[in-house]
Design a binder for this molecule. Structure first.
Ligand code: ADP
Length: 462
């Protein structure tokens, strides 16, 4: 069975916390203990050196040991928990502190259990030479229990330290647990929401959105992508429905006309005159043009466009295209003006360029109002060729703007105007522009007009 992300993350974080705590405790405990023991051993050494020095000083001052001096040594031995024995050069014992006080202390220590495990308290005895002015005067033996240099204060210190290590490890563990649960929830909760949203989308609900409020960049991006995907799918769904009804509508009109006319012939209401056959022909022609359009478009979308590029002067080519449109515009009392930067050379498929401009100029013409005016601008911008076709026609409603380049999309306005379009002109135009690495976009204000802009990269020279 697969574990949930939240469980995995919590467990992972928690393990990481435990391992870090154990490591940190071990390392700090080891270092502190080592340093502390070193300190104690140094202390002990200086204590021993002190005893030797006292013994030597006494001998130096007196030339021998007296009872009064012995009392001083005895006090020191008891105070510092030491056994002190001094022998002369002939190994005769001159002074011995006795060790009853040591055994007593050691016993008490074990009973009160305040001696650490490392210092079992075994008895140790060391012999050191006594010398005055480098002249040997005898030897001193100093004995002590291993634990004797562990004063009660130092044992308490070590114990408190260990307890505080344990306590902080416990606190850190609880914090680690809480933080790991919070963090893993923060990561997994938005993902659960995104999954829920995408499952709903999968079952057809494209209105649902992943409403995630996360401060993790990647999760935010994922949720935005899912929402964008839903938006795109919804639009595609809308376009698909519209396309089906559009095609049905386009096919129905000529078919109904044909059907009613043929019925009229059959019922003998109408005589089959050449004019009526001409009407038939026009309707059938419209139908076959539509089918051709459909076929061409699907071919265009299937294959990678083969561009037959050549270098030509785009300025003069555009002038020529505009010239062919002028009679059409004059007939309707429209104006077609141009502002063309001269001598711009470019490398493009000339036929496709002609078709691009033909489609744009035909559209502008189709959607003009009385006293209509279209302006064509061509200029060089950095390394790009920029063409603008600006009209003061009926404009495109804002809601239709994102879709005018989609297959068969026609705004309701253009349908009503009965322009006879099929909604694929701009799709083809966009495909051709993009095949040249260019961009096309439209800005439009309803009833004021539209501006189509094309940018082609790589001007050759000017
Ligand atoms: P159509 O054959 O319908 O003109 P297009 O693909 O060329 O198809 O254009 C798609 C739709 O975009 C048109 O039906 C129309 O609604 C809108 N459109 C295109 N050009 C213009 C324009 N210059 N002015 C207003 N609407 C336009």
């Amino acid at each position: 069975m697969k574990a949930s992300l939240s469980k995995k993350l919590s467990l992972g974080f928690f393990l990481a916390v435990i391992v870090s705590i154990i490591l940190a405790s071990f390392i700090s405990n080891y270092t502190v203990n080592k340093e502390f023991n070193k300190y104690l051993v140094d202390e002990h050494k200086s204590k021993i050196n002190n005893v030797i020095k006292i013994a030597e000083d006494i001998y130096n001052n007196q030339g021998s040991f007296s009872k009064a001096n012995e009392a001083e040594l005895q006090r020191y031995a008891i105070m510092q928990d030491l056994y002190i024995e001094i022998k002369d050069l002939n190994s005769n014992t001159i002074y011995s502190s006795g060790n009853s006080h040591l055994y007593h202390k050691a016993m008490m220590g074990h009973m009160m259990n305040n001696v650490s495990e490392n210092n079992t308290g075994e008895y140790i005895e060391n012999k050191y030479p006594l010398a005055i002015n480098n002249k040997n005067i005898g030897s001193i033996t100093i004995g002590y229990f291993g634990s004797s240099y562990l004063s009660t204060a130092s044992v308490t210190f070590i114990n408190t330290l260990n307890r505080s290590f344990l306590f902080s490890a416990f606190i850190a563990l609880i914090f680690g647990l809480v933080i790991s649960i919070v963090i893993s929830r923060e990561i997994s909760n938005p993902l659960v929401k995104i999954t829920e949203a995408s499952n709903k989308m999968r079952s057809g609900n494209l209105d649902v959105r992943a409403l995630v409020n996360s401060n993790t960049k990647e999760i935010d991006e994922l949720s935005n992508s899912i929402n964008y995907l839903a938006e795109t799918l919804k639009n595609q769904e809308m376009l698909r429905k519209r396309l089906t009804s559009d095609i049905a509508h386009e096919l129905r009109t000529p078919l109904t006309t044909l059907k009613t006319h043929v019925e009229a012939f059959m019922d003998g209401i109408w005589k089959p005159t050449p004019e009526r056959f001409e009407d038939f022909y026009e309707e059938i022609d419209r139908l076959s043009k539509m089918v051709d359009n459909l076929r061409n478009l699907s071919k265009l979308e299937e294959s990678n466009l083969n561009l037959n590029k050549s270098t030509f002067n785009i300025s003069s080519e555009l002038e020529k295209i505009i010239d062919t449109f002028i009679p059409l515009y004059i007939k309707e009392n429209y104006q077609l003006i141009s502002d063309i930067s001269p001598e711009i050379d470019t490398s493009m498929d000339k036929d496709k360029f002609k078709q691009i401009m033909h489609n744009l100029l035909t559209n502008s013409y189709k959607y003009l109002k009385p006293n209509g005016k279209v302006e064509v601008i061509l200029k060089k911008e950095k390394q790009d060729v920029m063409i603008k076709v600006i009209d003061n026609g009926i404009g495109i409603p804002e809601k239709d703007l994102p879709y005018v380049f989609e297959r068969f999309y026609r705004s309701d306005l253009s349908r009503n105007k009965n322009t006879g379009g099929s909604g694929i002109g701009l799709t083809i135009t966009k495909t051709f522009v993009e095949a040249h690495g260019g961009k096309i976009y439209v800005e439009s204000v309803l009833n004021k007009g539209s501006t189509f802009t094309i940018e082609f990269p790589n001007v050759i020279s000017s």
